[in-house]
Ligand binder design. Structure first.
Ligand SMILES: [Zn+2]
Length: 244
């Protein structure tokens, strides 16, 4: 089989010296890998089996698992581990991907988004804008792009204030909104569109306040969990406790 790039999104020790990994790959989508003997000192592949690591892999397909024929580390993204905030946001992105994608379904756009996210995360200080942009792009790439151009019900495009309704998947004008629970201004609606449309490496330049970004993060994470039918993400609860 020809090589494919892949990022380790989770891993656990198996028996004495092996690991079972979940790897998100460019060509095969999400796969389960039995990394035999990888914890032996002489194996030389250990760094490639750490969570976050990006490598070029050659796999052999088995019955229940893929097996490693050869692997070359591209980037361990070790600086992500140097900061608790970066690590938590990184884990959150990986957990979200793991919980929402089926095994062995190739998705080049999702792989590229993840690879780019990690590359920026390893040096980025404006983490909040990065994670919110990741959330809204991720939602869009898996088929849940929020409708932000006009009122979902009547198509009205002009209003100073809107309501975001995550269960309906977009915004409602005051005439059509029911609860008015999650209100957003015209400016905030436009900022959400900017986060969606800007390149991931450019979102740090957007002029959006920290408190607004936290509100977007809360809104989008709830939106994702609702649509993906996920009850809880461990990393997400930790982000809420540690940084808010
Ligand atoms: Zn309306």
């Amino acid at each position: 089989m020809s090589g494919t790039n892949g990022i380790v999104i989770s891993g656990m020790k198996y028996k004495e010296s092996s690991k079972i990994l979940t790897v998100y790959t460019e060509d095969l989508g999400k796969i389960r890998v039995l990394a035999q003997g990888v914890l032996k000192p002489k194996s030389g592949a250990m760094a490639s089996t750490e969570v976050f690591a990006l490598s070029s892999w050659n796999f052999k397909r088995g019955k229940s698992f893929y097996y490693i024929e050869s692997v070359d580390l591209i980037d361990s993204f070790y600086t992500i581990r140097n900061s608790m905030e970066r690590m938590l946001f990184g884990f959150y992105a990986l957990e979200l991907l793991d919980k929402s994608t089926p095994d062995e379904e190739e998705n080049l756009v999702l792989f590229s988004l993840l690879e780019k996210f990690m590359t920026i995360l390893k040096n980025e200080d404006n983490l909040l804008a990065l994670i919110v942009a990741y959330e809204i792009k991720f939602a869009s790439f898996i088929g849940y792009r929020p409708h932000l151009d006009s009122c979902l019900t009547c198509g009205n495009k002009n209003s100073d204030i809107w309501e975001f309704d995550g269960t309906k998947g977009g915004i409602l004008c005051p005439t059509c909104s029911g609860s008015g629970r999650d209100r957003i201004s015209q400016l905030e609606k436009d900022q959400m569109i900017s986060l969606l449309m800007s390149k991931l490496e450019d979102v740090r330049k957007l002029d959006i306040s920290e408190s607004t970004l936290w509100r977007f993060h809360k809104r989008l994470s709830e939106y994702l969990l609702y649509n993906l039918d996920i009850r809880e993400l461990k990393s997400l609860s930790m982000i809420g406790q540690g940084l808010l």
